[in-house]
Design a protein around this ligand. Sequence first.
Ligand SMILES: [Zn+2]
Ligand SMILES: [Zn+2]
Length: 338
Amino acid sequence: MVSYTVLSSGSKGNSAVLTAGRTRILIDAGLSCRELFRRMKLVDEDPSTLDAILITHEHSDHVNGLAVTARKLGIPVFFTEATHRAWVRQITPKRRITYAQWIEEQRLLKQRAEADTEAASAFNESALDGDPKTDEAYDAEEEAAEELTAASGPSPTPGPAKSPSRAEDPAWLPAVEYFTAGSPFNFGDATIRPFTIPHDAADPVGFVFESEGMRLAVATDLGYMPPNVKAELRSLDLLHIESNHDLDMLRDGPYPWAVKQRVLSRVGHLSNDSTAQFLAAEYDGNAAYVILAHLSECNNLPELARIAAERALECHASLITNRLLIAHQHEPLKPILF
Ligand SMILES: [Zn+2]
Ligand SMILES: [Zn+2]
């Protein structure tokens, strides 16, 4: 059996469940663990039967509940290595100080060093000929070591926790597995084909899933449709595709100019028009289900996204074979069964 359930879609959280034969995968964990489980129960999906979590990219609307969910279920998380590293950096608390605070710290350190030196020389004059390292030097070394630890993150080697202290690391996961965009891999009863998407994250991907002769694709969070994505989105049975914003609503909407620019850029999000253009001109009309996803609550209306996509699909005269659904932010879609 193959089934697909969108639990949530939009800038406040993205997550879906794929069942491929005996294998069940959570795609992104953008809601809190509690909310993910609540939504799964609403549509009769059992969280305890999930086998793995697959991550598209490290933006918070895709990873908000990741650590808690993976730990609670004790299941592996699949990332690209760059996405994992970016996520670890993001989730590891950093010590941030202002330049003024840094100057003040340096002044205090120097004072302390001078006081130590005076005390030492009072005790033993030969102390001045000793170790040339100052407190500042030690401090710089410690900071560099801290930064290195934060950048490298926990060991990427999959496996269970070695000691209870690892569970206190916010980036600790029961097991981590790496995949590479462009290199398909098998997991249980599914073949997973990750492909690169143009988006402002470390190493963002979309996925095509193959199982029992079915092909399902997820492609959200992309600024435009490059040839490699178009090539992957062929001969599908289900297409979960972004239709993020209406261009006029975005232009006239409340976002600051810089954010508007980011959304519109080639590493931002697909507009209703861009998605419609793809559906009209390049999509093969094959999928039984087309799910419009990652709709902006500020800059889009479900009806605008639907009308644009319906018009586009009319070009194929395939509206009957393509059931058009809209994924929601606040409630799950009913599971789609094949
Ligand atoms: Zn994103
Ligand atoms: Zn997103």
